[in-house]
Design a protein. Structure first.
Length: 251
């Protein structure tokens, strides 16, 4: 039996909501066991009281970092140094970064180059480069349970050309000749190449997102296996098939 993945969590307490830390650890439980838990900040700052109140509850080690210079974030530097130390001296499989403001992209790429999985958590204000560089990134300022009903979301999501284009590319990467692609392979392709997560759009499952957009065909095979096809591509294939059939009919 394979040992569970070892996870190291680094929290930028200055730029992350304390009330969502349970969501972070709940998600990480899917990956393995959290062996290292550290939160960085100036703990003399009253703004960090929400974090101070839960440190013991979640067995998080507070790392004190004074604000030596106004306008400069020494906390981020301390966090980066500790992550690099862990990469070199500890046996960990997953690096988790909890932050919203600082762009930790170079740190993420360095960790990925070391063969680590990098999971990010933050609010919508997190730098896009940081979000996209992570193996997976979940927004903490949106809960799928509190998201608007799917019907109300559909119109806005269908207008999200970037999202629709992304999903079409994912299907194209693993589709068969008839345009159909197994949902499981689509999900694997997405997780291996991007930090995309359907829960950031308010959907628990990837299949729910495809159904809500209504630009894709979905079918079930063998009772449980889901397949997806782009409706636009299906039309092109049908027209192509009709033309071939007409050409083959003797005059």
């Amino acid at each position: 039996m394979k040992d569970k993945e070892k996870i190291a969590v680094f929290v930028d307490a200055d730029n992350a909501p304390a009330k969502k830390i349970d969501k972070v650890f709940f998600e990480l439980a899917r990956y393995g066991v959290v062996n290292i838990r550290k939160a960085y900040g100036n703990w003399t700052n009253p703004n960090l009281k929400p974090w101070k109140d839960i440190l013991n509850e979640f067995a998080i080690q507070p790392i004190q970092q004074f604000d030596f210079t106004k306008g400069k974030n020494a906390t981020d530097m301390a966090l980066v140094i500790d992550v690099m130390d862990v990469l070199y001296t500890k046996d960990v499989d997953v690096i988790c970064l909890v932050s919203s403001d600082c762009d930790f992209t170079p740190l993420v790429t360095r960790s990925l180059a070391d063969g680590k999985v990098v999971i990010g958590f933050g609010e919508r204000k997190a730098p896009l480069a940081f979000v996209n560089s992570c193996s997976s990134f979940l927004y903490l300022d949106e809960d799928s349970e509190k998201a608007p009903p799917v019907k109300k979301q559909t119109k806005n999501i269908k207008c999200d050309t970037k999202l629709v284009g992304f999903l079409r590319q994912a299907i194209e990467a693993v589709e068969e000749d008839d345009g159909w692609a197994p949902l499981a392979l689509i999900g694997s392709h997405i997780s291996n190449h991007t930090s995309f997560d359907q829960r950031n759009y308010g959907f628990k499952k990837l299949s729910d997102l495809f159904q809500a957009i209504d630009l894709f065909e979905i079918k079930t095979m063998s009772g449980t296996i889901l397949w997806v096809r782009d409706k636009k591509k299906a039309k092109r294939l049908n027209k192509s098939g009709q033309r071939k059939k007409q050409i083959s009919v003797p005059a």
